[in-house]
Ligand binder design. Structure first.
Ligand code: DAH
Length: 349
């Protein structure tokens, strides 16, 4: 019987080694450890042995059972691990394959310019305020020293809504009067007001019936034109480059006296003359001036005590200059090709 146990052990070992699949392993388990298997048969044979022999062989058979069970379990673990590794190998992700491209949105160029301008003025201590787009004639014109019949009203052909009382604002300047009136304590004012404006212009490459402005207003007790000049210089240099200089040309706006149109030295040619500056070396960027005494009076400020300056920046104009856009209409047509080109130019995806 000893011989039989040894041979069986050897046989099991070889068969286990040859197993390739979990299924085969299951079959082998039934074959050797099952009721009809050789180990069980050996146990049956023990009944004819003496007590001493029974003890001895009983031990050996039990050992054979345990060893076979362990052997099969080990093999099972190995096969499972192999199967898992194979699966992982097959399902491996190739990180070098190109991903699926999807479109990521970006800020519209006008929005970018607005944010940039806001950040420059916020860094100088300005507040950003907004005003209504549907405005009264009173704030859009009268309080700004443009009484009915004033010839300067013609330059801002307006969309009236209700008789002559309400209109779509033609400029962001009415926020000047609104801010001054809201400031009952008459403390200093330092604001910019970005927003949409409307005029009855025929749309072409340089005109649009709807466009955007950024109004600026500073009021205090010792505000001078030197402050205006310094402020606009900081703005122009941050916006168009540190080497820029400004030129103030006398002009006329009903709400400022004196008034100036402000030019920046050409950022393309540096002042030598090119197509952008039309060979003059200068590019007009905004209108400005000292707040007119009538405007201060109309909003409850004593012009003997308070002075101030104001300016109005055309947002589209700045964006066109800065990004080399030649047709103002391209801001509003939402042509994805233009927006994507712009985004790429600005370093987006
Ligand atoms: N509101 C003017 C316009 O639409 C722009 C402007 C010029 C605003 C001079 C100002 C200013 O505040 O001082 O043409």
């Amino acid at each position: 019987m000893k011989e039989q146990v040894r041979n069986l052990k050897q046989e099991i070992l070889e068969k286990v080694k040859a197993i390739k699949t979990i299924k085969e392993l299951g079959e082998l388990k039934v074959e050797y450890l099952g009721k009809k298997g050789p180990i069980h048969a050996l146990t049956n044979q023990m009944k004819d042995l003496s007590i001493e022999e029974k003890k001895e062989f009983g031990k050996e058979i039990n050992l054979l059972k345990t060893e076979t069970t362990l052997l099969l379990e080990e093999m099972k673990e190995r096969l499972e691990e192999e199967a898992l590794n194979q699966k992982l190998e097959q399902e491996k992700i190739d990180t070098s394959l190109p991903g699926t491209e999807f479109f990521v949105g970006c800020d519209h160029p006008l929005e970018r310019i607005r944010t940039e301008i806001e950040e420059i003025f916020i860094s100088m201590g300005y507040d950003v305020v907004e005003g209504p787009e549907v405005e009264s004639d009173l704030y859009n014109f009268e309080k700004l020293n443009l009484p009915k019949g004033h010839p300067a009203r013609d330059a801002q052909d307006s969309f009236y809504i209700e008789d002559d009382a309400y209109l779509l604002r033609t400029q962001t300047s009415p926020v000047q009067a609104r801010t001054m009136e809201a400031n009952q304590e008459k403390g200093p004012i330092r604001i910019i007001c970005p927003g949409k404006t409307y005029r009855r212009d025929s749309d072409d490459a340089t005109h649009s019936h709807q466009f955007s402005q950024i109004e600026g207003l500073v009021i205090g007790k010792d505000i001078s034109l030197a402050d205006l000049k310094g402020t606009l210089e900081v703005f122009a240099r941050k916006m168009f480059g540190e080497e820029r200089s400004l030129r103030f040309r006398p002009s006329f706006f009903p709400f400022t006296e004196p008034s100036f149109e402000v030019d920046v030295s050409c950022f393309k040619c540096g002042g030598k003359g090119c197509s952008i500056c039309k060979d003059t070396g200068w590019i007009e960027i905004l209108g400005s001036g000292a707040v007119h005494p009538n405007v201060l009076k109309n909003s409850g400020y004593d012009p003997e005590v308070y002075t101030g300056f104001a300016f109005g920046i055309g947002q589209e104009r700045v964006a066109m200059l800065k990004y080399g856009i030649t047709d103002i209409r391209s801001f509003y047509t939402n042509d994805m090709r233009m927006l994507n080109d712009f985004n790429r130019m600005e370093g987006g995806e």
